[in-house]
Write a protein that binds this ligand. Structure first.
Ligand code: GDP
Length: 521
């Protein structure tokens, strides 16, 4: 295990479980922001007001929502934002490839919700270790045991309660932390956590009898004993392998359990993990600088055409001005003006360590999935495209704008906003998305950024598969399926299916063609 002081993580949750509120409290706790109520300050554009807002203003770009860095107790926390919209997008998936651990926020009244489960599955694909935060215990919630059992059953994970709520809602009297024997109590009219901590030597400590109501003390002792007897003890190895999740109860809104959560990230969560790559996984302590682009964000300001490529540093010590070679173009670039989110007291750092995220301004040379390396020859793997679940035909209203449209569709395919397919027959390009919201983003950007007036129409296809096989097999397949063949942004052959049933049928009838629902970049 490395001695890195980096903790690069993401928060996954179903909408409304409290991700934004928790993010804000984590940033407050880490001293990155000084006022509550800032994260949601700009309505739908949920962005945290933080020290690098200045960079944003200077450069006229919008980056804050993507990475938030804060320091606490000698550790550097890089919190990567996963897009908040309900459509499960590729963007979220790729962001999760760039973290070393995740915090899963669950609403105590709702338990595991659909989006929680989907995001969890993504984490599981890469064995990302997960700390669970059961939020909103200040409100009436479900029985803690029922919640723990639901996490265990629904996600097939071993659960370990690390803290315990003394009652919930109106009966809420505080949170007891098993690791430290500390009892955190609500104070004042708001019943928020304002630092009222009662130190105990354990559940038998008589101080609990004065710190809690008689019912509260009895309830805590009874439940905590059951909980400690009923669940396995915390096992660091099992957690780091993604098989076990420590569970913290708390209230992001009222400030309960936030400190314990940060401390858990500090002591239990792994630093930079080895990253899957060819020809071999890259160890974080390797000397050469390597990283990969997991996200490209276009400038929100239409007057600038800069894009920011977000690189996760996987090994080596990055220095400003360094030359790195992208796997895409193969032409080295000097990274002179990296945006280093590692901001200490508003100062840009000149170096970055494995686990850190660097924003690299560029004009489209860097693409999602690109590996950047000091010495070429390594390629990170495992950033896939997902087969689209919604396909639409793009109809251009002004035919003189064909070039602009193609540029726009290619750009957005590069950014991972949408996928684009160019059919072998016919002139209407087809775009594919995983979630409905991506269509709206596409249309609005076509209009605002590219000044292209286009409409989306139903396509006769429902999904698509990347296909491969011997030249002979591909030619034979093409001869009878030409009307359903297309090429993606990179010229890879794609077969478009009328229905999921069609996928099963055609796959079965063509054993010498490989149909793939994801394509690794
Ligand atoms: P997100 O959609 O996951 O980012 O959720 P938000 O952080 O926006 O929270 C959704 C709603 O739940 C907001 O009205 C929050 O004020 C509220 N909320 C968040 N955390 C808590 C909590 O711990 N207790 C209570 N009572 N409400 C909370």
């Amino acid at each position: 295990m490395t001695q890195s002081n980096r903790r690069t993580f993401a928060i996954i949750s179903h909408p409304d479980a409290g991700k934004t509120t928790l993010t804000e409290k984590l940033l407050l706790e880490g001293g990155a922001i000084h006022l509550a109520g800032e994260v949601k300050a700009r309505g739908a554009n949920r962005r945290a007001r933080s020290d690098w807002m200045k960079i944003e203003q200077q450069r006229g770009i919008s980056v804050t929502s993507s990475v938030m860095t804060f320091e606490r107790g000698g550790l550097v926390f890089n919190l990567l934002d996963t897009p908040g919209h309900e459509d499960f997008s590729e963007d979220t998936y790729r962001t999760l490839t760039a973290v070393d651990s995740a915090v899963m926020v669950i609403d105590a009244a709702k338990g595991i919700e659909p989006q929680t489960r989907k995001l969890f599955e993504v984490c599981r694909l890469r064995n990302v270790p997960i700390i669970t935060f059961v939020n909103k215990v200040d409100r009436e919630g479900r029985d803690p045991f029922a919640l723990l059992d639901e996490v265990a059953d629904a996600l097939a994970l071993d659960v370990v309660p690390m803290s315990w709520p003394v009652g919930m809602g109106g009966q809420f009297e505080g949170i007891y932390a098993f690791e430290t024997g500390r009892l955190m109590r609500p104070t004042g009219d708001s019943r928020a956590f304002e630092g009222d901590v009662v130190e105990t030597t354990g559940l038998d400590d008589a101080v609990l009898d004065t710190a809690l109501s008689p019912q509260g003390a009895a309830l805590l002792r009874e439940e905590a004993e059951l909980a400690q007897g009923g669940y396995a003890a915390f096992d660091l190895e099992a957690y780091r392998a993604g098989d076990m999740t420590p569970v913290y109860f708390g209230s992001a809104l009222k400030g309960f359990g936030v400190r314990e959560l940060i401390e858990a990230l500090g002591t239990h969560a792994p630093g930079p993990r080895p990253q899957p790559a060819e020809p071999a996984p890259v160890e974080p302590m390797a000397d050469d600088v390597t990283g990969f682009i997991f996200k490209v964000q276009a400038n929100m300001d239409p007057n600038h055409r800069d894009r920011i490529a977000f690189m996760r540093l996987c090994s080596g010590t990055f220095r400003r001005g360094m030359k790195l070679t992208p796997s895409g173009s193969g032409k080295p670039i000097a990274v002179h003006s990296p945006i280093l989110f590692f901001a200490r007291e508003r100062e840009l750092a000149d170096t970055a360590e494995p686990g850190d995220i660097i924003g690299i301004p560029n004009h489209g040379t860097l693409r999602v999935g690109d590996t950047l390396a000091e010495k070429p020859g390594v390629r990170f793997t495992g950033l896939p495209n997902f087969a689209p679940e919604i396909l639409r035909r793009v109809v251009l209203k002004d035919p003189t704008k064909t070039k602009q449209l193609r540029k726009a569709l290619d750009d957005m395919a590069e950014e991972g906003v949408t996928q684009v397919f160019y059919p072998e027959i016919g002139s209407n390009w087809i775009i594919g998305v995983v979630g409905q919201l991506q269509l709206e983003v596409l249309l609005s950007r076509l209009e605002v950024e590219y000044k292209v007036d286009a409409a989306l129409e139903a396509a006769p296809f429902e999904t698509a598969r990347w296909i491969s096989g011997t030249a002979e097999a591909m030619a034979a397949f093409a001869s009878i399926n030409r009307g359903a063949l297309a090429k993606d942004r990179d010229g890879n052959p794609v077969w478009m299916a009328k229905s999921l049933w069609d996928v099963g049928y055609v796959t079965e009838r063509n054993p010498d063609i490989r149909f793939s629902a994801t394509r690794e970049r």
